[in-house]
Design a protein around this ligand. Structure first.
Ligand code: PLP
Length: 386
């Protein structure tokens, strides 16, 4: 029952990898069909910030599912309103409008459409190594060639500039540019932390050119980096903010947040049938309340500082570089990541790669100090080749 995933899985596009079959979760733990317990260091791909079954989210979903599951966004709903108000209450006052979809890629797609429509301009500037999703617009902003090539031609007028080079926007962000789209910390691209100088340069270039600045915080948002939103580290506030992953405590959601000024310039329409359904909004409201009540961003910051010196002390003959903050870390190895991930799994810890040589840690923000300590210890042993 708990053997390697079958190559003949009916799931489209799944490769036959040696991964356990997970049937249950609790906090930072995931359990396989034989009852073996794993600590999640990334298995939920950054969705499970609050853990596998956050009690307040479970309770809110139970209550809402018996009241009203779905309602088109043409009708008002108090749960949706409460969720949106709670979300906006955590953000700077410039943000006052939210488009709700169902995934990260949809949140990015909406940002691209809003920017193009509101500016009347075609060009989108994104960064090398960036990842923004797999629908055609978001994929056009994504960098990795092997993700893009089979689907070309992609959407025209997307260009990529160097990440963390403040001069990269010079001569590129111009009067034809609708949007500069960046991750404040690049996740899939190997965990690269954007410098404040770089993000400030992006803001300045957008302001000079009359373009909009969009931050993709699908992976970094909601406490992951030690602040509720990663842009708080630099103080650079974007015009468009894409959120998803853990926003609704594990239920599918995407949100594109912007200002009433941008909305006023938007022409056309954008809509998603399931976006903003009451069930997900009830989960989202409970998730945001949990994030604030349990001070999870602060927790991520503290646990990140525990990790920093230990990860920094990993042997240089095995590790090229360690990057990250809060509970988002990339350990770039000199060799392939797969054997280290397998060694971690054998020790009861599930982490994920970011490219072929980076081990990525994205544990739930509720992970206990002892499990985080155990995970770092298991990583040290696995990297050393044990
Ligand atoms: C920064 C970023 N943007 C967008 C996405 C796409 O999100 P989704 O898979 O929910 O479409 C991801 C997914 O990992 C991501 O990390």
């Amino acid at each position: 029952m708990n053997g390697p995933e079958e190559t003949a899985s009916p799931e489209f596009g799944k490769l036959g990898r040696s991964r356990p079959t997970i049937v249950r979760g609790e906090g930072a733990y995931l359990f396989d069909a034989d009852g073996r317990r794993y600590v999640d260091l990334g298995a939920t791909h950054g969705v499970g910030n609050l853990g596998a079954t956050p009690p307040a989210v479970v309770e809110a979903v139970r209550e809402q599912v018996g009241r009203l599951v779905h309602l088109g966004s043409g009708y008002a709903n108090p749960v949706r309103t409460a969720f949106l108000e709670r979300l906006l209450g955590l953000l700077p006052s410039r943000f006052s409008r939210v488009f709700l979809g169902n995934s990260g890629t949809e949140a990015v797609e909406a940002a691209i459409k809003i920017a193009r429509s509101a500016t009347g301009r075609p060009k989108v500037v994104a960064a090398r190594r960036g990842f923004h999703g797999r629908t055609l617009g978001a994929l056009s902003a994504t960098w990795r060639r092997e993700l893009r090539e089979p689907f070309e031609p992609l959407v025209p007028e997307f260009v990529h500039v160097a990440y963390n080079d403040p001069a990269a926007f010079d001569g590129v962000v111009d009067e034809r540019t609708a949007l500069v789209l960046l991750e404040p910390v690049q996740g899939e691209g190997g965990v690269h932390v954007g410098t404040p100088e770089y993000l400030r340069a992006a803001r300045a270039a957008c302001d000079r050119a009359g373009a909009l600045l969009g931050f993709d915080e699908v992976q970094t948002g909601l406490g992951r980096t030690g602040r509720r939103f990663a842009f708080e580290h630099s103080g650079v506030v974007p015009d468009l903010l894409a959120l998803a992953k853990s926003l609704a405590g594990g239920l599918p959601i995407g949100a594109t947040v912007t200002s009433s000024e941008v909305e006023a310039r938007f022409r056309g329409s954008h809509y998603s049938t399931f976006g903003g359904n009451p069930l997900v909004c009830a989960a989202g409201l409970a998730a945001l309340e949990t994030l604030v009540r349990e001070r999870l961003a602060e927790r991520a910051a503290a646990l990140g500082e525990v990790a920093r010196p230990r990860l920094g002390a990993l042997p240089a003959e095995k590790v090229r570089e360690v990057r990250g903050l809060g509970l988002m870390w990339g350990i770039e190895l000199r060799d392939r990541a797969a054997p280290v991930l397998a060694a971690l799994q054998a020790r009861g810890y599930l982490a994920i790669p970011a490219g072929s040589t980076v081990v990525r840690l994205l544990p739930p923000l509720v992970i206990s100090e002892s499990d985080w300590d155990g995970g770092l210890g298991a990583l040290e042993e696995s990297v050393r080749g044990g």
